[in-house]
Design a protein around this ligand. Structure first.
Ligand code: CLR
Length: 385
């Protein structure tokens, strides 16, 4: 039944929200939603999903062949999907609308060194407000593994679902003992947000994303219920040597469901388990939430504290009052900048129009577009002294 999962008092507001998304496409971030669907967490916290299995991230550095390393990268990548795309359903009962970060918003965090895996650090900065763009760097320095990327979304509405095209990409680099650096270009899946009619949204992934290095091209195809395995959250990863590497490196196919397990279905390891995320994950430890620190009021949890409290405690008047304060402050800052002829300075990233790594590796996969802009990470690490 329509609006089944929606609190009765918010059903008409949900219905008008659904009507409005059908007509507005592009950017959902600033649309007004009924309170039951609001999340108290900002999008600047989302890059932490990339490392909720820190041991898989660090294990990328421990492999001694190109083939094993590529398999480790793909295993880590697939293992992040459950957190990225299902964790709000687990923690809050459905997908929710995250807080829309302000320009300059920051989130720093880390995962501790355990069992010799090394410490992993996370740094996130909101580098654009209109359209919303989030840039991040995740680094395990002792292992020499680093992920840098940015993301934005373009939304549309089709057949009762919200379709989210992810813009942006990530590059994973690994310092090898030889002194070389292995690079992996990572592109992102398309999302379909289903369940809107009932007021219980959830994500299904579709289309293809790529993990490409100079020696391997890996495509990850995503399908939901009713497609190749008939199961929700299915994927099929196909790893093939890049042109020129065919003789020495093997091909592999992995199939399964990304929120549970998968196994090799073709190649030398056929039948063996590939990934398994049925066990616990490790959430990031946030760093430096006090306004006296380097991040000041731009630290995400500090910035949104009262809005988040309002959402958590059902005090939506306070939530919207506090949200307006933040928005007005932002508007004033932009006005002042225009008047002064200045621009908000990014703290950790530099925007450039094209990414040579993306262009070079993208060609090996069938990745389109042929080029993308990027946010180069300034090497002022660590984030907090
Ligand atoms: C952000 C980047 C992360 C993966 C990810 C997961 C969930 C996505 C989010 C990204 C972008 C914003 C998003 C969200 C799900 C819902 C939300 C698309 C891609 C939209 C803006 C809110 C829709 C509102 C309905 C839930 C009513 O790595």
């Amino acid at each position: 039944q329509a609006g089944e999962a929606v609190p009765p008092a918010q059903r008409s507001s949900w219905a008008s929200f659904l009507k409005s998304i059908a007509s507005v496409s592009g950017d959902l971030s600033s649309m007004t939603c009924p309170p039951f669907i609001l999340s108290p967490v900002s999008l600047t916290e989302f890059p932490a999903y990339w490392c909720e299995h820190p041991e898989l991230f660090s294990a990328i550095a421990d492999q001694n062949s190109e083939e094993q390393r590529t398999l480790a990268v793909v295993k880590w990548f697939i293992s992040t999907l459950k957190g990225q795309y299902t964790s709000r359903n687990e923690s809050m009962g459905s997908e929710k609308k995250p807080l829309n970060p302000v320009l300059g918003e920051l989130f720093y965090g880390k995962w501790p060194d355990l069992n010799g895996r090394g410490e992993t650090e996370l740094l996130v900065e909101q580098v654009s407000h209109h359209p919303p763009i989030t840039a991040y760097a995740i680094e395990n320095k002792s292992k020499g593994v680093k992920l840098v990327g940015h993301n934005a979304q373009k939304t549309s509405f089709s057949g009762g679902s919200i379709i989210v095209k992810q813009l942006g990409h990530a590059t994973l680099t690994v310092k090898l003992p030889s002194g070389d650096v292995a690079e992996y270009l990572i592109t992102l899946p398309r999302l379909r947000i289903d369940g809107l009619w009932y007021g219980a949204p959830y994500i299904e992934l579709s289309e293809t994303s790529w993990i490409v290095s100079k020696s391997y091209v890996c495509s990850v195809e995503y399908k939901g219920k009713g497609y190749f395995s008939g199961k929700t959250h299915s994927f099929k990863a196909t790893l093939n040597p890049a042109p020129g590497f065919g003789g020495s490196l093997g091909s592999h196919v992995v199939e399964g469901t990304w929120h549970t397990t998968s196994k090799f279905t073709s190649g030398p390891k056929t039948g063996l388990e590939f990934h398994n995320v049925t066990g616990p994950k490790e959430e990031v430890t946030a760093i430096g939430g006090d306004t006296s620190g380097e991040m000041g009021e731009f630290e995400t949890r500090q910035l949104w504290k009262l809005v988040a409290k309002g959402i958590r405690e059902g005090d939506f008047d306070m939530a919207s009052r506090e949200k307006s304060k933040i928005e007005n402050d932002q508007r004033q800052r932009r006005k002042d900048e225009i008047a002064a002829g200045t621009k908000w300075p990014l703290k950790h990233f530099v925007h450039v129009d094209s990414d040579p790594t993306y262009e070079r590796l993208g060609k090996l996969g069938k990745i389109s577009p042929a080029t993308e802009d990027m946010y180069v990470f300034k090497e002022n690490w660590p984030p907090v002294a």
